[in-house]
Design a protein around this ligand. Structure first.
Ligand code: NDP
Length: 330
């Protein structure tokens, strides 16, 4: 028997989340299956949506949520993996359409796993988690587009959240001037400690603005969407690059084409879920190289499976600072 967060639907169509004892025989079958003894998982925004049922991210019930995990191969039908290998997983619909990592054991396709970077512990990998990995995908996109520290300031929105915190830390470590937009007055000190050189109130971005505004940003990491992303595009400098990865403020995008056709601004979409193995390995290798261990532990706090259910609701309210790591054996 092992423990997992187990999601079911009640008679009213609401989602019920509980910590339940399961057996290995109940884990889903899949081609090239690898069963992983999970060390750590995390609570991401999407896990909050799954646990609370606030948005239909879960494709079938019952479901074990958890879009990422780190652990050790316990059994394998996949040629690449052997028992004892240390692995990590992000995305691939795990925790949405396939049972996920908020569990002491997970059975997934071996094609979805990558090796854990040797210089990071399982706990550090999940402290970084999908948020840090997504932040790195944004940074890699800015670099690929030729945005260097010499080009000017980078705006990071949703700054105190998981993706935002890691984006600030990575970018400032690489020498970029980072401006952080946050709704949390009590987290200014934290954001400065991560490397933000200026803090802006998120209200400035979340109310509707003009199609073209004063040019300021060489690059943007946006985790918020909606008016925030529209205003960020409208205030990006000529030739600047905006990376869009999130929707914490809304799914809509009330934007005009003006920033693109008059200023040559690029808007780049970032997806962590179906990114290729090469992209994942590149991002994780850079995370292992570019992040300081002290920053990783500063950004993360650890909870157990039972506590994770409550945190699932809190993350949607935007009240969590940094990352929540789940010790599934805690
Ligand atoms: P968090 O909940 O940790 O952070 C989101 C932050 O956004 C909050 O901390 C808050 O920061 C800000 N925020 C919350 N609500 C609002 C609002 N109504 N208006 C404006 N800002 C708000 O989430 P993550 O950092 O883990 O994820 C951020 C976004 O990125 C989510 O939408 C998530 O779904 C998405 N995501 C996408 C991925 C992809 O593959 N594209 C992968 C991972 C995440 P503050 O108080 O500092 O303003």
């Amino acid at each position: 028997m092992f423990k997992a967060i187990y999601l079911t639907k009640n008679d009213d169509g609401g989602t019920v989340a509980e910590v339940k004892d399961l057996t290995e025989a109940e884990l889903p079958e899949i081609e090239g299956a690898v069963t992983v003894a999970v060390d750590y998982s995390t609570i991401n925004f999407k896990d909050g949506l799954a646990i609370t049922g606030k948005s239909p991210v879960v494709r079938k019930f019952p479901m074990v949520p958890g879009i990422d995990f780190a652990g050790i191969v316990h059994a394998t039908n996949h040629p690449k993996w052997k028992i004892g290998d240390e692995v990590i997983l992000n995305g691939w619909g795990v925790g949405e359409s396939h049972w996920g990592g908020l569990s002491q054991y997970a059975r997934v396709s071996g094609d979805w796993l990558i090796s854990k970077p040797t210089s990071l512990s399982s706990k550090e990998c999940m402290s970084i988690g999908t948020a840090g990995y997504t932040a790195m995908l944004c940074v890699l996109a800015l670099e690929r587009s030729g945005v260097t520290p010499q080009h000017g300031e980078i705006l990071v929105t949703g700054a105190s959240g998981g993706v935002g915190s890691f984006a600030i830390s990575i970018l400032s470590g690489l020498g970029y001037q980072v401006v952080a937009s946050t709704g949390k007055k009590n987290e200014h000190e934290f954001l400065v400690s991560l490397g933000a050189k200026e803090i802006m109130d998120r209200e400035i971005f979340s109310t509707p603005g003009k199609p073209l505004q004063k040019e300021r940003w060489a690059g943007v990491v946006d985790t918020v969407g909606s008016n925030t992303l529209a205003n960020a595009c409208a205030s990006t400098k000529y030739g600047g690059v905006v990376t869009a990865c999130g929707l914490a403020g809304g799914m809509d995008l009330p934007l005009t084409v003006a920033p693109f056709i008059l200023r040559g601004v690029s808007l780049i979409g970032i997806d962590s879920v179906m990114a290729s193995k090469d992209v994942r390995e590149k991002a994780w290798n850079r995370l292992a190289k570019d992040l300081k261990p002290s920053v990783i532990s500063e950004i993360a706090k650890v909870v157990n499976l039972q506590e994770a259910i409550e945190i699932g609701g809190d993350i949607l309210k935007g009240v969590i600072r940094g990352r929540v790591v789940v010790d599934v054996n805690g």
